[in-house]
Design a protein around this ligand. Sequence first.
Ligand code: P70
Length: 463
Amino acid sequence: MRFPAEPFRIKVVEPLRRVSREEREQAIREAGLNIFAVAADTIYVDLLTDSGTSAMSDSQWAGLMMGDESYAGSRNFFHFRDAVRDIFGFEHVIPTHQGRVAENLLFSTILKPGHVVPSNIHFDTTRANIEHQGAEAADLVIDEGLDPNALHSFKGNLDPAKLDRLLTERGVDKVPLVMITVTNNSGGGQPVAMANVRAVREVCKKHGVPLFFDACRFAENCYFIQQRESGYANKSVAEIARELFSHGDGCTMSAKKDGLVNMGGFIALNDAEWTQRLTNLLILIEGFPTYGGLAGRDLEAIARGLREVLNEDYLAFRIGQVAQLGELLMHAGVPIVRPVGGHAVYIDARRFLPHVPQERFPGQALVVELYREFGIRAVEVGSLMFGHKDANGKDVFPQLDLVRLAIPRRVYTTEHMRYVADSCIQLFRDRDRLKGLRITYEAPMLRHFTARLEEVTEEPVAR
Ligand code: P70
């Protein structure tokens, strides 16, 4: 497929050291076959995450020099607040140092044990912050959103009928807000349609419940609306964003994604009373309301990044680059989740390694081999990340074992992507030699970050 070439040129370069296969072999062994424990310096193409890994523009770097580090009333706060107000349309803007703090502030202010918060699919940190309050996180994505092969233009949509049922059954007193994650990261970076947001809004209105967005990848979502939803082809992405957020009462945001910065986040909302309560807690845990855990220069970089991310030449390149990686893999028969989402390509590890059963972590086996052979870092989103033992000590596995190739923004060239595609294709041809893994150490929670594993040499038990 063709897509617009990079709408930027390179002014500063960060050299990449190519290390030998032997060096990588040693590094991954010492890391206990856990990619999180490998030194980033030994990686050639790092696709662990698109979060906090963007390249800033010359304007953003220049903005850093304009940082006003006054404790209160920094000029950069006003630039930041005005950018958020212009783009999202919410009145009150509360800076935080990253997305999960915005979530923590919001949920610890308004949630009580027994509450339930519906979303299309909550991102892990969002779910964890809800559960931390003794509340329940309910995922109500449309059925197609859970099927890796269902071709649907807006697989991130929240099912309004499921939402209506939940609100009727639980009662509005138990549901202080509804959320929509754009794009739906946990479902593969799939977009949500404007029509769906309107339908969800109607259900919320009927029951009198506020609607919030997890806005991390809002520009990518709005670009998909422009490209795919009827009635939006002639609207700018900025106009679409304004319309999208006009249906909500507020949002949480990790600016590490579509803010095009390496650190930062915020909450934006219209309700003055909630703002007051959130601000009181902000001062306790993050800082004064005009900096919220960030330096003045960081606020300036976010203000500029939020405006830049709406540039449509950038978005056409960005979405095209990710889509092209997906197409190269698909054409070679590598099983991936379809359609390709906004920020990442997901490989279906169970179909890639059908001879490795789920209890032998096919996704992680693939991640280890991509690093060992090619110096590429991906992340497992499957049995290692989500598997756990039930009350009887029996293993419970998720439906899907995926490997995510998340693409940092404005960082890698098209040739890097071709290298990634060629490497995955070569590995696919050699897949029969890959072995399953077994855990030798695991922590009681969030085990994937610190687990240690080893290769299993004997034949896996037949199931
Ligand atoms: C990712 C990172 C972060 C995130 C998100 C959504 C929809 C909130 C947050 C939290 C996390 C990650 C995963 C694997 C490896 C490295 C990092 N997503 N909502 O890559 O924001 O990180 O700023 O607290 O996607 O998907 P923050």
